[in-house]
Design a protein around this ligand. Structure first.
Ligand SMILES: Cc1cc2nc3c(=O)[nH]c(=O)nc-3n(C[C@H](O)[C@H](O)[C@H](O)COP(=O)(O)OP(=O)(O)OC[C@H]3O[C@@H](n4cnc5c(N)ncnc54)[C@H](O)[C@@H]3O)c2cc1C
Length: 209
């Protein structure tokens, strides 16, 4: 059975940005993102896809001789291997570095929480600080692929920093732009404060869903 019949996503192609013999799509259905040096980007892919694609890379034969059947068997084994729990030698679990989803969720938590803590009437210095933070955040965000689009978004939609409410809504819209891009539902920005500042205790149940 060829890789194509097993999984069309694993097809060996010559797509730009995809090293020869490497998959275009991962098991999650997302496109695999590679760094400039051809290695899969750790912070831009899901952990599942990253593990899948690094197995493919490790098993790939030199001089581009990887065959479709090699791809399909390595992929199958990568996906079949349950994530082994490494014996804990300290009091901390040996958590893995974050993938694109963990990094994203943690980052949005930080950003929305910053908005929730932003002064209701910020002075000039506070506005300037937050503006610089957002610019630097976009510049330094570890998933370069995400950062590129986020930088473009903030160039076209300057952060609105005059008040907490305005900044919170600006951020909610920025997050929704990413949601749309990756096929997630839009969040109702009328509810950003319940989600990130006040909680849902005093909100009507019909709104909570
Ligand atoms: C700047 C940035 C750019 C990103 N770009 C990409 C990308 O290009 N490709 C990619 O695959 N991933 C990207 N991500 C990650 C992606 O946005 C998600 O964080 C990730 O997919 C995990 O999604 P999630 O379902 O856990 O919820 P998240 O989208 O992380 O949201 C966390 C929580 O925030 C709340 N929420 C959702 N939407 C909003 C909103 N609009 N306003 C307020 N609260 C909201 C919900 O309660 C949700 O559970 C990016 C993340 C960041 C911070």
């Amino acid at each position: 059975m060829t890789a194509e019949t097993e999984s069309p996503n694993m097809k060996d192609t010559n797509k730009p940005g995809v090293p020869h013999g490497m998959p275009v799509f991962g098991a999650s259905g997302r496109r695999i993102i590679y760094d400039e040096d051809g290695k899969p980007c750790r912070s831009c892919n899901t952990l599942l896809d990253f593990k899948m694609v690094t197995h493919v890379q490790k098993d790939a034969r030199p001089s581009g001789s990887t065959t479709n059947s090699a791809l399909s068997s390595t992929t199958a084994s990568a996906m079949a291997i349950p994530m082994k729990k490494v014996a804990e030698t300290t009091q901390y679990a040996r958590d893995e570095p974050p993938d694109v989803e963990q990094l994203g969720k943690a980052s949005w938590s930080l950003l929305h929480t910053l908005a929730a803590r932003y002064p209701t009437e910020p002075n000039a210095e506070q506005q300037s600080d937050m503006g610089q933070f957002i610019n630097l955040f976009a510049k330094l965000y570890p998933c370069w692929f995400c950062a590129k689009d986020f930088k473009k978004y903030i160039e076209e939609n300057k952060p609105v920093l005059e008040s907490q409410e305005k900044f919170g809504r600006w951020l909610c819209n920025a997050h929704n732009a990413v949601n749309v891009k990756i096929g997630k539902p839009k969040f109702d920005c009328n509810l950003w404060k319940q989600r990130w500042k006040d909680g849902w205790d005093n909100v009507d149940d019909s709104v909570k869903k």
